[in-house]
Design a protein around this ligand. Structure first.
Ligand SMILES: O=C(O)C(=O)C[C@]1(C(=O)O)C=C[C@@H](O)C=C1
Length: 354
């Protein structure tokens, strides 16, 4: 066998030499880009450009490598090249081992400084104060709906949404021993407990459930106490030395969470974008219908519509609306100008690639 492998491995070695040369050539060009940007104080991280590069890879890919795998590789190549210009600092809802951390690396690649924060509020503060270039916060879960704290803070912040990341959420039940002998409580973030409640009711109806600050915190508790089981993602089990008792216990197999990347910089059009808005209208018959009329008039598609109580006690609502297109596109500009005139509250949260 070794005899057959040798010439094939020689081919791989020769290709790797070429890849090495090409990667470093690419990195040197990125350094030049960095010098050009430096002169005019332009942002290093350009989400619209990275989205275009990744789309281009998928469009031109002849295989046999899959688009997802190639995009993961190119994400890391860009992350490494970008770090030669500047290592971006990203604040996220920690501790380490959470799905938020996974979202951070999926979006920015590994060549960054990732800073775990204790709360969603702290992520906003870090990005607002400039301690971090960007913040990553959960915005919506496909099973449990909106993350209300994030929506409330998005309304108040001067930051804009510069990108969005969506990741599959797979929950696992884990303990130190890998079985449930002697376990008296199951700990997780309240969202995770809610996302697994059907499974828990069926399999462990008599074990107490306890909501804690994060799934990673639950994993940390389980790593210190054999009577505690945690529900968390795979990274947390590795991080805290736990064994998975049951994998993929979420009630909804397609469970996903969307994260917003927030920062001071607005994202330029990438050719395939969406815009997030917050709107409200007076509490009158037909007001919501009228609010949306300009979108229909200019042929703008709405991809999300979510209402939140305005906390006035008067049955008034804020509407979180996503539309297709970028604020810099003529059609969107016209539709929003008209919409703005007809509503009581109007805020553009950001335009970013989809
Ligand atoms: O095109 C740029 O602006 C670059 O800085 C290069 C590059 C890349 O490696 O392709 C790196 C960082 C940016 O976020 C976008 C792309």
């Amino acid at each position: 066998m070794e005899k057959l492998l040798k010439p094939l491995r020689d081919q791989i070695d020769a290709i790797d030499v070429q890849l090495l040369d090409l990667l470093n050539r690419r990195a040197r060009v990125a350094q030049e880009v960095g010098h050009v940007k430096n002169k005019v104080d332009a942002p290093v991280f350009r989400p619209e450009r990275e989205a275009q590069v990744l789309r281009g890879i998928a469009d031109r890919n002849p295989g046999p490598l899959g688009n997802n795998e190639l995009q993961t590789i190119f994400r890391e190549i860009m992350s490494a090249c970008r770090s030669l210009e500047k290592k971006v600092i990203v604040a996220y809802l920690g501790p380490e081992g959470t799905f938020s951390e996974q979202a951070v690396y999926q979006h920015f690649g590994k060549s960054i400084n990732a800073i775990p924060c204790a709360s969603i509020d702290e992520v906003f503060r870090a990005a607002e104060a400039g301690t971090a270039d960007f913040g990553v916060v959960p915005i919506e879960n496909s099973t449990e709906g909106a993350i209300s704290r994030t929506l409330d803070l998005l309304m108040q912040t001067p930051l804009t949404i510069s990108s969005e990341v969506s990741i599959p959420i797979h929950h696992n039940l884990m303990t130190l021993s890998g079985n449930m002998d002697g376990v008296r409580s199951i700990c997780a973030h309240s969202q995770a407990l809610a996302q697994c409640q059907g499974w828990l009711n069926q399999h462990y109806p008599n074990i107490m459930r306890q909501a804690v600050a994060s799934n990673a915190e639950a994993a940390r508790l389980a790593s210190e106490d054999p009577a505690v089981a945690a529900i968390a993602g795979e990274i947390a089990s590795q991080h805290y030395g736990l064994q998975v008792v049951s994998a993929h216990i979420q009630d909804e197999p397609q469970n996903r969470t969307r994260f917003a990347v927030i920062g001071h910089k607005e994202t330029e059009p990438s050719g395939k974008d969406q815009t997030s808005l917050v709107l409200s209208v007076q509490n009158k018959a037909g007001a919501v219908y009228k609010m949306l009329a300009p979108l229909e008039k200019f042929g703008v598609s709405m991809t999300r519509f979510e209402s939140r109580p305005a906390k006035t006690g008067a049955w008034e609502y804020y509407f979180f609306v996503d539309i297709e297109g970028h604020v810099k596109e003529e059609k969107i500009r016209l539709a929003l100008a008209e919409l703005k005139d007809s509503v009581a509250y109007f805020k553009v949260l950001g335009s970013y690639p989809i």
